[in-house]
Ligand binder design. Structure first.
Ligand code: AMP
Ligand code: GLY
Length: 428
């Protein structure tokens, strides 16, 4: 079977690496891909917003499975257009992708289905937003409703910060011309963890856990980013808690979506807060995390192509659960200096082969390959250096040994990825 993978980040490099190894995969195409993906796939130019062009490509190349990596084409309904043309697609349609595309939609669904989440108010103008603030203490969390590339959330420690966040949202700073909307919600205290589940609309297949590091600097300081590193599994999410997450959060979500006639098909990525009162949902994403996907793929021992096709064809109930290595996988993101505000482009990168010599894998996120064969940085997050080990500390040591084999003078990385869990291991 021929497979088309859409996307160009580190997440898609990890997916391409596993898909290329699938028993089912004849030819793997990636659009647009990147220099790392090009080692496993034929990279092609396709505009994901041009649904007719994507469908035409799938017809011409006799594609048996389309895997949509990023959220934007999912929220834009590309999966619907492909399904209407009878292609098997991994990823939700437009209606189901609202679980990521609209925070208000997800909060209302939680309220309706009794899913534990932070208390909230939806507001559509600045006056209502200010009035709603009175119902919450401090800190308070202000969220722009739509996709904002991870920038639409403010945890406000003061009223002034809350006011500024509200002003930003309703001045259209996050790019929604029509229907400006915000969610104001209660601040949850606890440790964050991510849980992944595949679903075809009815069957739920647990797909591992991870913890991300969202701040740019060591010790969780500095600006928010797309993620500076991750590890999997997340031991804080014990088997007991995982059972609770499936029963109280994932299953009621899947049932509610199916009951509304918009079954969710694809990966449900639940961002969780482990509070004193149990796990609560912070947000859903309708795609794999980046760099969480890299650590999951580094541990996955099953055939990814078979699993994603079974999901796309509503056959998860007849599928074997995925096998994951019990080892820890850990990714350190190497970013371009200036990320996340103004990443420096063009920095030269050497040493990837040396970094991989000890078994680590270097996933490309924002790289470009010149005609001279020189690899350079072309994005904010540039590489995801990923290693495995019998403990977080062992995986961390291997990942940083690989990082240190890479010469990327115009880049930087956090030196403490995995610190929470490493500290817990040490305390044991
Ligand atoms: P989100 O884009 O919804 O994942 O929010 C980004 C980050 O903001 C999360 O990873 C949390 O660290 C934080 N956050 C979001 N909502 C809350 C909340 N209700 N309470 C505490 N922190 C939150
Ligand atoms: N690493 C966070 C995300 O993918 O949303």
């Amino acid at each position: 079977m021929n497979i088309l993978l859409l996307g160009s980040g580190g997440r898609e490099h990890a997916l391409a690496w596993k898909l290329a190894q699938s028993r089912l995969c004849d030819r793997l195409y990636a659009a647009p891909g990147n220099p790392g993906i090009a080692e496993h796939a034929e990279c092609v130019t396709l505009d994901p917003a041009d649904h007719a062009a994507v469908v035409a490509f799938c017809e011409a190349q006799r594609i048996g499975l389309v895997v949509i990596g990023p959220e934007a084409p999912l929220v834009d309904g590309l999966a619907d257009s492909l399904r209407a043309a009878a292609f098997a697609v991994f990823g939700p349609g437009r209606a189901a992708a609202q679980l990521e595309g609209s925070k208000g939609f997800t909060k209302d669904l939680c309220a309706r289905a009794g899913i534990p989440t932070a208390g909230y108010v939806r507001v559509t103008d600045e006056t209502a937003a200010r009035a709603a603030l009175a119902r919450f203490g401090l800190p308070v969390v202000i969220k722009a409703d739509g996709l904002a590339a991870g920038k639409g959330v403010t945890v406000a420690m003061t009223r002034d910060e809350a006011d500024a966040a509200i002003r930003d949202i309703f001045s259209g700073r996050f790019g929604q011309e029509a229907g400006l909307e915000a969610v104001i919600e209660e601040f949850l205290e606890g440790e964050e963890a991510s849980f992944f589940a595949l679903t075809d609309g009815s069957t739920i297949m647990p797909f591992g856990s991870a913890q991300d590091h969202k701040r740019a600097g060591d010790g969780d300081t500095g600006p928010n980013t797309g993620g500076m590193g991750a590890y999997s599994p997340a031991p804080v999410l014990t088997a007991l808690l995982e059972g609770e997450v499936i029963e109280r959060i994932i299953a009621p979500t899947v049932r509610a979506m199916a009951g509304d006639g918009t079954p969710y098909s694809g990966v449900l990525y639940a961002g969780l807060m482990l509070t004193r009162d149990g796990p609560k949902l912070i947000e859903y994403n309708c795609r794999f995390g980046d760099p969480e996907c890299q650590v999951l793929m580094m541990r996955l021992e099953s055939d990814l192509g078979e699993i994603l096709l079974a999901c796309a064809e509503n056959r998860l109930s007849a599928s074997q659960p995925p096998r994951f290595s019990p080892e820890t996988a850990l990714t350190v993101v190497m970013a371009a200096q200036g990320y996340p505000d103004a990443p420096l482009k063009g920095g030269r990168i050497d040493g990837i082969r040396a970094a991989e010599a000890g078994g680590a894998r270097v996933f490309h996120a924002g790289t470009a390959l010149g005609i001279d064969g020189v690899l350079t940085a072309s994005g904010g997050r540039v590489l995801g250096v990923t290693a495995r080990g019998p403990s977080v500390r062992a995986a961390q040591a291997s990942a940083y040994a690989a990082v240190d084999a890479i010469a990327f003078p115009q880049g930087f990385c956090r030196r403490d990825i995995g610190w929470r869990e490493a500290a817990r291991e040490e305390a044991e």
